[in-house]
Design a protein around this ligand. Sequence first.
Ligand SMILES: *Cc1c(COP(=O)(O)O)cnc(C)c1O
Length: 375
Amino acid sequence: MNKKIWLSSPHMGTEEFLNVKNAFETNWIAPLGPHVDGFEKDLATYINVEHVAALSSGTSAIHLALRLLGVGYEDEVICQSFTFSASANPINYQGATPVFIDSEKETWNMSPEFLREAIIDRIANGKKPKAIIVVHLYGMPAKMAEIVKIADEFQIPIIEDAAEALGSFYQNKACGSFGKFGILSFNGNKIITTSGGGALCSNDKLLIDKSRFLATQARDQAPHYQHSEIGFNYRMSNVLAAIGRGQMKVLKDRILKRRENYQFYFNQLSSIEGIKFLEEPKESLSNRWLTTILVDPKKTNGCDREKIRTQLEKVNIETRPLWKPMHLQPIFKDFPYYGSDVSEQLFDIGLCLPSGSNLVFEDLDFVVNSIKNLF
Ligand SMILES: *Cc1c(COP(=O)(O)O)cnc(C)c1O
């Protein structure tokens, strides 16, 4: 059997291990330490926001953002339906209600039309949503000009889930820098990884200071341990931040390689009748975290997404259906939803192809040929 070709696996550069060694040599294993400070600065500079808190995960970053916006019991929070469950779960951690919004077809992200409809309808129902969680799925920037305009009009803060979009830009501005908060993830399969980790970004110093306070158990100023607020254990360790600083040095290369992967798949497969790619709108630069295809079985003589997925699995190639929309998930199906069937259709026919920056030509060529063989 050939070696396994993964969807997106960790890809270390040359400095990560040296940085970890340095953390050990200086005994900055915990708590926090200079690599955490350095990683936060690297991230702030890269996405051009003033303040960043390095955290234990992207999920914890979303949770803290909601907490800092005062989202609580019986509040409503708008969330893109077409996403990974971690975008929505923290709404429920706060005892609030998610209100899901369908996608538009151009970027597969939150539809500005349905967003507006939802806000107007929720207000008419007596409750103005407390926040909007918009996602840049697979690295493709959402239609931020329209979404920011609507959010400003109704004065609702945006939490920008850029977990998949570090290195993506919209109108030359980095994803993660548009909202009141931006969140990043350094989970194992993301474009760069610290094995696990995340970050909360904002231009508001007080909010990021507060996030650091909440993330370290909300200790009041006192020699003993005293607490006037419920805290969390959400900070990133200095050892993991050491990895992150090394990864930041190779981020540019990782983006280039992932974009090359996309271009290779596009060149090789886009002429097949019934296979479509998500193309980049003029105002956007996607990091192409994952390359995705849509497979229309009506045009491929019945060869559908599942046939491709299972055939590739047999030859040790990992692929994955697109995210199943939140409004279709058993746990979320009873919450409000505004939209039509755009995200549902994408889920039905979409497939993520192996997209790691460590894939070599032979890997990509093998994937392409294994797909071509089915046609
Ligand atoms: C990965 C991911 C997250 C969560 O990040 P973790 O670091 O795994 O907690 C949130 N939203 C999206 C869209 C993601 O892909």
